[in-house]
Design a protein around this ligand. Structure first.
Ligand code: SF4
Length: 210
């Protein structure tokens, strides 16, 4: 499969040269309102509603996926449906509840037919995610899935090679760990053992940062 920037006719250096923008930090209410009214990219045309994010606004752990799917678009909440149930179980494995963490996607609107996000859509929508991160101030980010990992780290390395490493994200070098997307784990249950190791890595990191 082509990396997203190549699919758009961009070279890797053109995508990587774009800086991580850190917009002025908004408050939750105005940020949520800005997202709900956003028409900055074409995805607004097909959405039922925007999918902002959910959870503890002062969470230690913030979980980031790629984009809303069908159920998320219908319900206005990230990670619902079967993949959402598995994510909730993964959170429980770490000794936390869904309400204790903050969950968001890079894109706030559903791509048609659940296609992969495109680089221009990510570029347009990412400032909203940056503001969410700036407001939550998590001690640790957990990116779930190859696509979220690729866009957050601006790499096309395999997910396997990105796992089990501590990365840093954004101007504040927020620690970032990568694991599998729960939808992938539903299709590939044999990899749940590796995901479990990733979650243990998350727990160790959070314990050490307390
Ligand atoms: Fe706006 Fe993001 Fe939705 Fe595009 S995906 S319309 S940038 S909120």
């Amino acid at each position: 499969m082509q990396p997203h920037y190549e699919a758009l006719g961009l070279q890797a250096w053109e995508w990587r040269k774009k800086p991580v923008e850190t917009p002025a930090v908004s408050d939750w209410e105005s940020l949520q309102q800005a997202v709900s009214q956003c028409t900055a990219c074409g995805l607004h045309q097909g959405r039922t509603q925007t999918v902002f994010g959910v959870g503890n606004p002062q969470a230690q752990l913030m979980i980031i996926g790629e984009a809303p799917g069908f159920h998320e678009d219908q319900q206005g909440e990230p990670f619902v449906g079967r993949a959402g149930q598995l994510l909730t179980a993964m959170i429980k494995t770490m000794g936390m509840t869904r309400e204790e963490v903050y969950i968001a996607n890079i894109l706030k609107c559903r791509p048609p037919n659940n296609r992969d996000p495109q680089a221009d859509e990510v570029q347009t929508c990412t400032p909203f995610l940056h503001q969410q991160i700036a407001l939550v101030k998590p001690q640790l980010l957990l990116a779930v899935g190859r696509i979220a990992a690729h866009y957050l780290l601006k790499t096309k390395a395999s997910l396997e090679s990105l796992r089990n490493k501590m990365h840093a994200y954004g101007d504040h070098n927020t620690p970032l760990i990568i694991t599998y997307h729960p939808a992938y784990l539903l299709r590939n249950p044999a990899d749940k053992k590796k995901a479990f190791l990733d979650l243990q890595f998350v727990m160790r990191t959070l314990r050490q940062s307390r």
